[in-house]
Design a binder for this molecule. Structure first.
Ligand code: ZN
Length: 206
């Protein structure tokens, strides 16, 4: 599956929105990715996760399990775990702090792939990874359906940007790079053209 195919699937499922968006960072963008709109369709979710699993297997990564940061990563991670036929757990934020709850445990030396739906700076994925390693596990790869082009993924020529938080020594697999321009509000060309940035969440996505 090529990057073009992935972009087509995102567009066809209204998971790549065009408009004028206020991002959670406070910056503005003409595009917004909403992977939940693809993952609401289980057969599409399975298709993407299986392509991601093929990508990981082709690179001879040895792994035991998949872990995702809640909430956004859970569906992608669960489908990836199904495609790889391994167990799946998730971490979640409690009052802003990422934790492993719900009776989940990890084994010493258990090798994890940490999976998100979309990686931007990779901050949440990194927090999940830190919990796993603090408990004695090993993080052997990061994975996501889509990469926003800040972190360096295996097979892409785009270099990591300074904001990237994923450690460069651990491979990061994603199906495609989605590199949209992001603007400071006072230099946003969409604002200058007269429109008002909206929070994607205000129209039923988040
Ligand atoms: Zn704007």
């Amino acid at each position: 599956m090529t990057s073009m195919d992935i972009e087509k699937i995102y567009k066809e499922n209204n998971a790549m929105l065009e408009g004028h968006f206020l991002l959670s960072s406070g910056k503005h963008s003409g595009f917004y990715l909403q992977s939940a709109k693809i993952l609401e369709n289980p057969s599409k979710a399975a298709l993407l996760a299986s392509a991601l699993a093929d990508n990981i297997r082709a690179n001879n990564i040895a792994f035991d399990s998949v872990c995702s940061p809640a909430l956004g990563g859970i569906l992608a991670g669960y489908e990836l775990a199904r495609a790889l036929n391994v167990r799946f757990i998730f971490t979640e934020r409690v009052q802003g702090v990422m934790e492993l709850r719900r009776g989940f445990s990890v084994q010493k030396g258990e090798r994890f792939i940490v999976c998100e739906d979309i990686i931007t700076t990779g901050g949440s994925a990194l927090e999940s990874a830190q919990i796993l390693t603090a408990l004695g596990a090993e993080v052997v790869a990061f994975a996501a359906l889509a990469n926003r082009g800040i972190c360096k993924r295996v097979g892409s020529n785009l270099p990591a940007k300074p904001e990237a938080k994923l450690p460069s020594e651990i491979p990061f697999f994603a199906l495609a790079d989605f590199t949209f321009d992001i603007y400071m509000p006072d230099s946003c060309p969409l604002c200058k053209a007269g429109s008002v940035a909206v929070k994607p969440g205000s129209r039923g996505s988040s």
